[in-house]
Design a protein. Structure first.
Length: 151
């Protein structure tokens, strides 16, 4: 029983395409997480600015209780702490995104490599087929030519 020779490149190409799709979805997910983190940071900045204005207005204009001023200042410090945490998270997410980007690019290169090898094999097979066909044509021509010349 002989096994038909099946090219491996299409199979490897499909596997690398699946890896590329997985890497791309991870890249999109990391981009979305980074964008969400940026939105949270922007929101915190808006809150901080709002409360800072309130604190300055309360401290200069109307008479506020010391407790209210302390609460406002405490809230601003809390927002600053959250911003610091979000900054750290953004840094981590940026690294994750860079890793995902490199993985996606590597998967693309791998997919292109298998595609190139498949195309090379197809071209090689076409070339071998053309040589075989030319040999057959030459053999037919030679067998037809030889009897005529001898007669």
């Amino acid at each position: 029983m002989t096994l038909a020779k099946t090219p491996i490149w299409p199979v490897l190409g499909k596997l690398s395409e699946q890896r590329e799709n997985t890497a791309f979805s991870r890249l999109l997910e990391s981009r979305q997480q980074l964008a969400d983190c940026q939105q949270r940071e922007n929101r915190l900045e808006e809150l901080r600015e709002d409360y800072e204005k309130r604190y300055l207005v309360a401290g200069s204009g109307r008479i506020q209780s010391v407790r209210d001023l302390a609460l406002c200042r405490g809230f601003i410090e809390h927002v600053d702490g959250l911003k610091k945490l979000i900054g750290q998270k953004k840094s981590t997410l940026t690294e994750v995104q860079d890793v995902a980007q490199r993985a996606y690019e590597a998967a693309q290169r791998e997919k292109m490599k298998w595609h190139h090898l498949e195309q090379r094999d197809l071209a090689s097979e076409r070339s071998r087929r053309a040589v075989r066909e030319q040999r057959k044509i030459d053999e037919i021509a030679a067998t037809r030519f030889v009897p005529r010349k001898l007669s």
